[in-house]
Design a protein around this ligand. Sequence first.
Ligand SMILES: Cc1ncc(COP(=O)(O)O)c(C=O)c1O
Length: 416
Amino acid sequence: MYKVGQAEIEALTRVIESGALFRYGVGHECDTFERRYADYLGVKHFALAASGSNALAAAMAAVGIGPGDEVIIPAHTYMATATSVLTCGAIPLIVDIDESITIDPKAIEAAIGPRTRAIVPVHMWGAACDMDAIMEIANRRNLIVIEDACQGVGGGYKGRKFGAVGHIGAFSFNYYKNMTCGEGGGVAVNDDSLAERARCAIDPCHFYWQGRSDAVQPFSGNGARASELMGAMLNVQLDRIDPMIAAMRAEKKAILQATSSLGNLGLKQTPMHSPDDDCATHVMYNLPTPEAAKRFVELYPCVIVGKTGRHNYTEWDQILMGAGAAHPAMNPFAMPANAECRKRYSKDMCAKSLEILNRTVMVPTHPDHTAADIDAIVNNITAAARVALGEAAETEAVFRPAPALDAQKFDMQVDG
Ligand SMILES: Cc1ncc(COP(=O)(O)O)c(C=O)c1O
């Protein structure tokens, strides 16, 4: 959450006073947001849901992912990317990321097998995946691309918005996301019948209010309908997103420019696939070793990407335990239809990703950072890098007060 204020209070008050809290029949906030956000993304349809997890599962259900399918996902993402595959009865295939900290197209290519049906690129921490390479592989190998844009609201890839580049996209509007209504999410798609299927997955009863299209066969699923309070808040948040992202892009550019010469010491800017279009919510650097990264964050408190807990496959308990559903008979790991899918998981299966993540650090940007804050951040990055990379003694380093970190957002693990 970056900004919530009087405009949100007024929008929520208006909806509460009107009593029109339900999106169908009485309210219009969700409909308005869906139209506006679809236009913003440059897609034909956007379907609101109660969370990003629901949205991802709905996107997968919409494109027909199910038992017998493998879905390629990256080793670094929130666990919901993996659980949404299981929700559809399919099997997540975890592959390496590269130094951009997003899924490695070479790892995708190497992992494709006879059962592979889809790829989920995740724009982690707002950084763009290599979508040209991923779409080329998908087209050549006849795979579906489901973009996990849950951390990518407001960002894009080479002039197009995240979530609008693949065949279908999913967003989250939870508390930690660039645009928020507390919880929430949604599916972005161009195809009319996929949109109808996504709406059915989000709310299998929606036709009671909206009518049923004869063209699309309905199916059962869990309800994850958004409320008018969510729609009202998102309508306000959508007005805020572009100036906020613009401020963070300017901050990221300023920090990267001012610290570019530190690359010679070993503080290398991570490769970026769309530096002018991504969300710019974080500035990231690869260091030569995990020890250097650890020393860097001791000196300047920021985040080692590999220490953000829940975002690394090593922390996804249900996946590692093979617990794919509440009822054993519905567990995709045990379904006969998945007998030929690959489903071996271990904590060291993506050792290359862990090595990269443990030597990559990120410094969050913020739309409210002032020029003085940015100066202090640049000063502290420089001072920490010089000491961590052996160019200066700690006694020579002068650190300035800089904006504090939201430790809960990053769920930081501290090594003993
Ligand atoms: C990459 C990614 N995918 C999916 C999700 C799931 O979204 P939600 O928490 O709204 O269910 C998140 C949320 O943190 C996420 O970061």
